[in-house]
Design a protein around this ligand. Structure first.
Ligand code: SER
Length: 892
């Protein structure tokens, strides 16, 4: 059975048992600030288990792409993967232990035909029911083990808070491991970790919730969450001792062999095998992560990816690969996986380029890191030890993995202070934990409202005003029954036309009016199913249960909608001009402007940006009508909708379309093509014409492969153009030429400025030449030496040098000392012929003494020296001092 057949068999098995098939969600958990990556199939279902949202069905099944950072250091061995697929079946308050255990057994032994004699079960210490259920399937008592939470039979929460529960695992027995004394004594079991057992399925009986304050509460229902690693299960089914020998990963190993020219042979060259596996795994992780928008960077998710890639490159380096390989491997990884994740195909060129750039960059730092390591080794001659701090800096700043530092150090007979390194590493981890420890406050509030049964219906797509009722009031986080005039607080309505912040779009502002008072809404947010209005009571008071009239600030909403529709048009235009690898990486849509972050490896050319802006404005002029649909997720995707951000599966999704055929588009013949089709919950315009105009204000790089556009629409765009045009008019008036000639006028001015500068330089040159000639005439003869000691007019130390250079050849054996007031700062220069130096008169000595007198310093060589000072009033005294020194030394 191939890996792909296993995927299909699993889904079919659970579909036959009433499960709804749900597509994999993104590796970047959507709307879940407690998690860095999607680490399990249940992540996208968390709100269902927590009772925060209604599931599309009570029985669900999925194949979820997952990413785990634990055990990165082990990747390259037989079993650990960072990126993998997880097969799962889930029950949201529907079936429980008997079905979960029964079906797992039936699938393993019946469908996959795994020999029951090789299966062991573990259950949580006190879970008699699970133990009994396995026994009823025929698992002998001595192969049903009771494990504690520490031994792995408690799962969750993923992150700091969330659902969890006792679990039960299935382990596959490969047979005795040679050299394991427990195997010999027949006392071995999965927790010994000798490599004999492989965990293949985890069944979680999810009934508890870990709260932020450390307490544990009951979930609304008893749920089932199971997870079986696809690659591990495949290794059992295919009789492959490592996941890398299963059909899909093995094809990648073959590519690694080809690019490295090394043979994959776990027995003969385990180091090479380890390196080939690490290269394989990490290249695949790049394909997975980058497709979901994670790009290498120095923080957060991007840093995790960057470390993996460096690890892969390092291991390749270690087995002698000096040529880039990552691009070829990632290409092959995409070939293997795009069937299950078609977005990979669109992103292929972009991801390959990322691989190329990242690899080239690291190969450079790798060289530099190794050079720095040489220096550290040089410094440590006496101790023959690499301090932990240095090893850490090499690792952290220069990307040199510790293993490499250790290896190089050992070849010099050095040790590395691993403890010190670990200490630095721990500090670093704490720093990053701080970054990752997002608050679970949002979830808490959602739970609180759900418990109180407070839900709001959003009615703001079609109207801006609504009749409603005050459901709930809060002041300073405490529920109240009344908010008084002047008080700031929160209002929850039964129906809200106010759009809550989401999908990049800001929350609405407006008014809530009741018979007793008026509340000014300054922000709108959503927690679970509850829309919360924040603001203050402007008049009278607001009471709970009062009938209320809700009025959205229409102008603000309209401006925001202009920017939201503008964002969709911009997104479509970028994909059309730059390529379909362009994807949204974040956005801000407010009434004032829009910000759109997107992936693209280099700065678009001016011509490309112009093309994008023109295309958007053509679509605006075409006044294309919008159409909104609420439909099934798969159907929306099948219709070609872009769905980067709405990546959590919900039963139905909202799709916003701007299709040329519906509008009057004189610039483009009617086609059946939809110009823009996105899954989006935001509020949009009825037709693109209302955008008015879109102007891109800036486009900048915000990280490797990431760019940010800021743009304005409607009146803000008009204002922007007015400002720019106004500026040109001001310039035209200043230069007294028509606007079209301003540029020519500036060119002409620059030219004349350059000519003027040249003229001044020439005049200065002539003046110093004249000065030099004059000084020659005044040279004093002191015992066979021509001496010039003078204060001259010059406005820079350089000018002094020009004069001295001109004097020297004409004076023969000479000593020159020049001083000047260079724009308020004393400048000194001295020059001495060799013969003069031999007689004890040095240029640097004289200059230093003179400069000291004027509060400065400087120096040079015995034959030529220059210095500056601070006190221009001392210049004459300095000249006198120089004169005196010269006389003394030359005996004149
Ligand atoms: N959530 C559990 C796990 O990840 C089972 O899916 O192991």
């Amino acid at each position: 059975m191939t890996v792909d057949e296993l995927r299909r068999a699993f889904l079919a098995f659970f579909e036959e048992r009433g499960h709804r098939r749900i597509p994999s969600s993104s590796l970047v958990p959507h709307g879940d600030p407690t998690l860095l990556f999607t680490t399990a199939g249940m992540v996208q279902f968390k709100p269902y288990f927590m009772g925060l949202a209604e599931p599309p069905a009570r029985r669900l099944t999925s194949i979820q792409r997952c990413f785990r950072t634990t055990d990165v250091e082990s990747v390259g061995d037989a079993t650990h993967l960072t990126a993998f697929e997880m097969l799962g079946n889930f029950s949201v308050g529907d079936y429980f232990k008997p079905e979960a255990i029964g079906w797992a057994w039936e699938f393993l032994t019946g469908v996959l035909r795994i020999d029951p004699a090789r299966l062991w079960a573990t259950v949580f210490t006190t879970d008699d029911e699970a133990a009994r259920l396995w026994a009823e399937r025929g698992v002998p008592e001595d192969r049903i083990l009771r494990y504690t939470a520490e031994q792995g039979n408690w799962w969750g929460p993923p992150g700091d808070t969330g659902p969890m529960g006792p679990c039960s695992e299935m382990h596959y027995d490969w047979g005795k491991t040679p050299g394991c004394r427990h195997c010999e004594a027949n006392t071995c079991h999965p927790d010994i970790g000798c490599g004999r057992f492989l965990e293949i399925w985890n069944l979680v009986f999810m009934t508890y919730q870990q709260e932020e304050d450390g307490s544990q509460t009951d979930l609304p229902a008893a749920n089932i969450d199971t997870g079986a690693g696809l690659e591990r299960l495949a290794s059992v089914v295919q009789g492959a001792r490592t996941v890398y020998e299963t059909d899909e990963l093995n094809r990648l190993i073959t590519v690694a062999e080809r690019v490295s020219g090394r043979k994959y042979d776990t027995n003969k060259s385990p180091d090479v095998a380890f390196a080939l596996r690490a290269m394989t795994e990490h290249a695949r992780a790049l394909a997975f992560l980058a497709t979901d928008g994670v790009l290498p960077s120095n923080e957060g998710r991007g840093y995790v990816l960057r470390r993996l890639l460096r690890r892969a490159i390092y291991f390749a380096y270690k087995i002698g690969i000096r040529e880039p390989f990552l691009e070829q491997m990632v290409d092959a990884a995409i070939d293997l996986s795009y069937q299950t994740n078609p977005q990979m195909l669109e992103q292929r060129d972009f991801i390959k380029r990322l691989a190329r750039v990242e690899e080239a960059r690291f190969l450079q730092t790798l060289d530099r890191g190794l050079t720095l390591l040489d220096e550290v080794i040089e410094r440590g001659r006496s101790t023959r030890r690499i301090p932990g701090r240095d090893a850490f800096t090499l690792y952290d700043t220069h990307g040199l993995p510790l293993e490499l530092t250790v290896e190089v150090a050992q070849s010099h007979g050095y040790e590395v202070d691993r403890e010190g390194f670990e200490k630095e590493m721990e500090l670093q981890r704490e720093r990053s934990r701080g970054e990752e420890a997002f608050t679970a406050q949002h979830d808490d509030r959602a739970l609180r409202y759900a418990a109180l049964g407070i839900e709001t219906a959003f009615v703001g797509y079609d109207g801006l005003d609504a009749r409603s009722e005050v459901l709930h009031l809060e002041r300073g986080g405490e529920p109240v029954i009344r908010l008084e005039a002047g008080e700031t607080g929160e209002v929850v309505l039964r129906q809200s036309p106010f759009y809550p912040e989401g999908g990049g779009q800001v929350g609405d502002h407006g008014l809530v009016v009741t018979t007793t008072g008026q509340f000014r809404v300054r922000d709108t947010q959503k927690y679970g199913e509850t829309i919360v209005l924040t603001g203050e009571v402007e008049q009278g008071h607001i009471e709970i249960s009062a009938a209320a009239e809700a009025r959205v600030d229409a102008a603000r909403r309209a401006d925001t909608a202009r920017n939201h529709t503008g964002t969709h048009l911009l997104h479509a235009a970028l994909r059309s001009v730059l390529g379909t690898h362009v994807r949204q990486a974040g956005s801000y849509v407010g009434p004032d402007r829009l910000r759109f972050d997107y992936t693209h490896p280099e700065a678009p050319t001016e011509a490309e940006m112009t093309a994008v802006q023109r295309m958007v404005n053509a679509k605006i002029r075409a006044d294309i009508r919008s159409e909104t649909f609420v439909l099934g997720y798969e159907e929306a995707i099948a219709r070609g909708a872009i769905a980067f951000f709405e990546d959590r599966y919900t039963d139905t999704v909202r799709m916003v379309e701007y299709c040329d055929t519906r509008g009057n588009d004189p610039e483009h013949m009617h086609t059946s093509e939809c110009y823009s089709r996105e899954l989006c919950g935001g509020t949009h315009l009825h037709a693109t014409g209302e955008v008015g105009m879109l102007i891109v204000v800036s486009d900048i790089s915000i990280g490797a492969g990431l760019r940010r556009i800021e743009a304005v629409t409607g009146a803000a765009a008009e204002r922007f153009i007015e400002d720019r045009a106004g500026l040109v008019n001001i310039l035209a008036r200043r230069f007294k030429v028509p606007a079209a000639e301003v540029l020519g006028r500036i060119d002409a001015l620059e030219e004349s400025l350059a000519a003027e500068r040249k003229r001044v330089e020439e005049a200065e040159r002539r003046a110093s030449a004249g000065l030099a000639d004059d000084l020659i005439g005044r040279a004093e003869q002191v015992d066979g030496v021509s001496v010039v000691v003078a204060r001259v007019t010059a406005d820079s130390p350089d000018a002094l040098r020009v004069i001295a250079d001109r004097l020297r050849p004409k004076l023969g054996v000479s000593f020159i000392f020049l001083a000047a007031d260079a724009k308020g700062r004393p400048a000194f220069l001295a020059s001495a012929s060799e013969e003069v130096i031999a007689r004890g008169l040095r240029a640097d000595e004289v200059v230093r003494a003179a400069a000291a007198l004027a509060g400065g310093g400087g120096g040079g060589r015995p034959n030529l020296a220059q210095a500056g000072g601070k006190d221009a009033a001392q210049i004459d005294a300095a000249v006198e001092l120089a004169r005196k020194t010269v006389r003394e030394r030359l005996g004149g």
